[in-house]
Design a protein around this ligand. Structure first.
Ligand code: IMP
Ligand code: MG
Length: 178
């Protein structure tokens, strides 16, 4: 598994510090608002688990599962595989994503959820690749801005593999050009 990684882009320690800082910031910004964190599966699962342990205000959590990717290129089409189980009307939503790339997925999700009349929708992402943005969407909370490279680990996959790496690594190009 590790021999598929060209280099470590973000270490475990850097992840830990940045995620804790964002958790503290969200706790300040949302004190008294009882927000609902909506994790976008599967990529968010490690980030969200770590983030939530640094949020020290009343809040709830829910998850959605979407798919848009096959291999390293977005198909552009977003499919909802699991919808929310909570009612979000009047609630403050924080969408939790692993990475904001073209922005197509989050833009679609935001519009999809807006119809249910939440009080607000914010976006918290672990990583942001602004160079590849196609949709007009930005992150309210972002831990790392990264260059245009395909990364895996800490929840992120390449064809469902490497999610279990504890750091963020750049995948060797020969892995996806095979
Ligand atoms: P977007 O719709 O192009 O913003 O794509 C967002 C989704 O694509 C993310 O939630 C990831 O699942 C996936 N993705 C984008 N870039 C990467 C990457 O570098 N590594 C792994 N998954 C990625
Ligand atoms: Mg994803």
């Amino acid at each position: 598994m590790k021999n598929a990684i060209e280099r470590v882009l973000i270490s475990e320690k850097e992840l830990e510090e940045a995620v804790a800082a964002i958790g503290r910031k969200i706790s300040e910004d949302y004190a008294g608002k009882d927000p609902i964190f909506v994790g976008v599966l599967k990529g968010c699962f490690i980030f969200m688990a770590d983030l939530m342990r640094h949020v020290d205000i009343d809040c709830s959590m829910d998850f959605m599962a979407v798919s848009s990717y096959s291999g390293i290129t977005s198909t552009g089409a977003v499919k909802i595989n699991k919808d929310l189980s909570e009612i979000i009307e009047g609630r403050h939503l924080i969408l939790v994503e692993d990475i904001l790339d073209s922005g197509v997925t989050l833009n679609y999700l935001k519009n999809y959820l807006m119809v249910r009349k939440p009080a607000s929708i914010a976006v918290a992402t672990l990583m942001d690749k602004p160079a590849r943005r196609k949709a007009d969407i930005y992150a309210d909370y972002s831990c790392f801005e990264i260059p245009d490279a395909f990364v895996v680990g800490y929840g992120l996959d390449y064809n469902e593999k490497y999610r279990n790496l504890p750091y963020i690594g750049v995948l060797k190009p020969e892995i996806y050009s095979k």
